[in-house]
Design a binder for this molecule. Structure first.
Ligand SMILES: Cc1cc2nc3c(=O)[nH]c(=O)nc-3n(C[C@H](O)[C@H](O)[C@H](O)COP(=O)(O)OP(=O)(O)OC[C@H]3O[C@@H](n4cnc5c(N)ncnc54)[C@H](O)[C@@H]3O)c2cc1C
Length: 413
């Protein structure tokens, strides 16, 4: 391992837009900024884009069309969303159809599309520090292949390094968020490769399970089908011992096996774990040319862990803000914050509050799922952003919320 202190920092290169992280947020920003003519450089610490992403990789309806991604990345179309309450009862909600993929495919495709538009994607490039320099920034990163420290000067920086983002240093200015860690969940997932196909319904369904762990903490678990395996995983708020988490996942996997593949043997299992963010969105997502997106900005739906759509959309907004700043002299930070706020910040804040309300009395989950299953319009309206809802849809939502509050007022556990 080289010692960074004794290795000379190479001469500074320059770019207009520097992006940290080549996940859905970074790659979408790179693709769309480069397409509009901005000189764009992406720093990605992994050697192969997407190869280490741990994710259930469920995509909301219309994802490929919204982001112009080839349908070839889709493994299964999933018209059913099935919620399971603490007692294991199933509630079917029609939606979509949603889709599944793998992050190897999604992220590498997005990176390829970004490169095709002229963005430079540098792998094995570990971003380390950022400081302001005149009207722009100087970023320092480690070239992991060569064991060198390098510098890039950039007019704009889009930070999209995911859940491990630590932006507490004063150099990150207003985007710092001291209680970021409080919103982190620990997740563990098995990719289960079967000897024979699971029952047909498995490949048409996204399953989400909400129940109490053995220590009483709330678990959100999932079974998402793929072409050649089932992604079976769960997440728990905060830290939990690896052994305890694995036991929880083994118990959950056994329940899935009994329902969906009781007769098939298992060819192999790949185990993977990562952090997920499930707290409040970052209060400030930009500060004078510095923009933060995707999970690093806290753009994850706290009720179900969905964040790929929000990440890609924040990348689109970042690219647009930079392009407008170059061509029309607008403030990139102001435009970016206003776009993400208008598009999904309100929904994400609501989802954190909903999740906390449900977790206080877990019996409320069953009431909510029952209401969703019996009123398809509610599920459809909930899927929309606040800004997309008509007045009558908003009134409808309030009436449904009142009804839900009335039904759950008496919940004791
Ligand atoms: C177990 C699990 C299941 C999930 N399931 C779903 C799901 O089914 N559907 C859904 O929509 N969302 C899901 N999510 C959430 C989803 O993964 C994230 O919301 C999404 O990946 C956010 O994209 P991003 O681009 O912000 O960050 P990421 O996808 O995390 O990408 C960040 C990138 O930055 C790179 N990076 C990090 N630090 C550095 C650094 N210092 N220097 C250079 N590069 C760096 C990483 O290597 C990575 O490539 C899940 C998350 C987990 C953990």
């Amino acid at each position: 391992m080289p010692s960074w202190n004794i290795i000379a920092v190479s001469a500074t290169e320059t770019t207009e837009l520097l992006i940290v992280g080549c996940g859905p947020a970074g790659a979408t920003a790179a693709r769309e900024a480069a397409r509009a003519g901005a000189e764009t450089l992406v720093l990605e610490r992994d050697s192969v884009v997407g190869s280490k992403r741990v994710c259930a990789a469920g995509l909301r309806p219309g994802f490929c069309e919204t982001f112009d991604v080839p349908r070839a990345i889709v493994h299964c179309d999933t018209p059913r969303l099935a919620f399971f309450d603490g007692a294991g009862a199933e509630y079917e909600v029609a939606f979509g159809p949603g889709h599944t993929t793998t992050r190897e495919e999604l992220d590498s495709k997005l990176a390829e599309l970004a490169k095709r538009e002229g963005a430079a994607v540098r792998t094995q490039a570990l971003f380390r520090t950022l400081r302001r320099d005149g009207r722009g920034f100087i970023a320092e990163y480690a070239d992991l292949a060569k064991g060198e420290r390098r510098r890039v000067a950039a007019r704009y920086v889009f930070l999209a390094p995911g859940a491990t983002a630590r932006l507490e240093d004063p150099s990150f200015g207003r985007v710092a968020m001291p209680d970021w860690r409080d919103g982190l969940l620990t997740t563990l997932q098995y990719r289960v490769y079967l000897e024979h196909r699971a029952s047909a319904v498995a490949y048409r369904t996204l399953e989400l399970h909400y129940y109490a762990a053995r220590d009483g903490r709330q678990i959100v678990a999932w079974m998402f089908p793929k072409r050649d395996h089932l992604a079976i995983g769960l997440g728990v708020m905060g830290k939990i011992r690896a052994e305890a988490l694995r036991t929880e996942l083994d118990l959950f996997t056994e329940r899935v096996r009994a329902r969906l593949y009781p007769k098939s043997g298992v060819r192999s299992v790949k185990t993977e774990g990562h952090l997920l963010y499930g707290g409040m969105p970052r209060p400030n997502v930009s500060d004078d040319g510095l923009l933060v997106g995707g999970t690093a900005a806290g753009f994850v739906d706290a009720t179900n862990g969905e964040g790929i759509f929000e990440a890609a959309m924040s990348g689109r907004f970042a690219a647009d803000a930079v392009v407008r700043a170059r061509s029309r002299g607008e403030h990139a930070s102001v435009r970016y914050a206003s776009d993400v706020n208008a598009r999904f910040r309100r929904r994400l804040l609501h989802r954190v509050h909903i999740m906390r309300y449900l977790e206080q009395r877990p019996a409320r989950f069953a009431h909510l799922f029952d209401q969703l299953a019996r009123t398809p319009r509610l599920a459809a309206v909930l899927l929309k952003e606040d800004s997309e809802r008509t007045m009558s849809e908003r009134l409808y939502l309030y009436s449904q919320a009142l009804y839900f509050g009335f039904r759950t007022a008496a919940c004791r556990d």
